[in-house]
Unconditional design. Structure first.
Length: 212
């Protein structure tokens, strides 16, 4: 089967993912309570033992007295050992950015999230929803953000709802501010309003005897 790639661009989009990642990295993580258990490296798999965790993370970041960002996560674990060190958000993650009137203007959310720290790679899994500063909504079962290469992508079907169109496609690729993106095997629904002059001309053609 042959596929065709389609590309789309939107102007004026702020780097939502970059802002979100900076906020995540800036939060201080208190350790989980409980007794300490000593064991040798032979007794455990380093990939399955977290070094630190915290619950009910709720962070607000302000600038000049105005709330700019919000980050919520019910559970946050850090696995810094093993072959693939990562952060793990088993109960999802939610980020919002606000305007000067405290209205949400951008968001990132998913059911589960991973941050592979040594690879600078985020993986969002389950009901992924990203809204950029232009008001364009991106939905997918899974989305990756490769900050090292300034790239966002998904191997799954992606649904995009823009103010003037609805898009669906596979093999999604985008820059990290989501202002330029492409698909293969794409379909679209576009709202179209007929110009008023054309409508009048067609009306006159239908009723030629009613002309003044």
């Amino acid at each position: 089967m042959q596929y065709q790639r389609y590309s789309f661009k939107y102007k004026g989009t702020a780097p939502v993912l970059v802002t979100w990642a900076v906020l995540v990295a800036s939060v201080l993580l208190p350790g989980c309570g409980g007794s300490k258990l000593e064991m040798s490296k032979q007794d455990l798999l380093l990939d399955t033992v977290y070094m630190m965790c915290t619950y009910d993370v709720h962070t607000l970041v302000s600038d000049s007295g105005l709330t700019q960002y919000k980050l919520d996560a019910k559970e946050w674990r850090i696995y810094d050992k093993g072959e693939r060190p990562h952060w793990y958000f088993p109960q999802g993650i939610y980020f919002e950015r606000f305007d000067s009137l405290k209205r949400p203007i951008a968001k990132v959310s998913s059911d589960t999230a991973y941050n592979y720290t040594s690879e600078e790679l985020w993986e969002l899994v389950g009901h992924v929803h990203i809204r950029n500063m232009s008001g364009v909504d991106f939905y997918a079962p899974r989305m990756f953000w490769d900050s090292r290469n300034a790239r966002v992508y998904s191997p799954d079907s992606v649904y995009i709802k823009a103010p003037d169109r609805v898009l669906r496609g596979q093999s999604f690729e985008a820059n990290q501010d989501l202002s330029s993106y492409s698909f293969v095997n794409s379909s679209a629904e576009v709202d179209y309003q007929e110009p008023e002059e054309d409508s009048k001309e067609k009306e006159e053609e239908k009723n030629p005897l009613e002309k003044p």
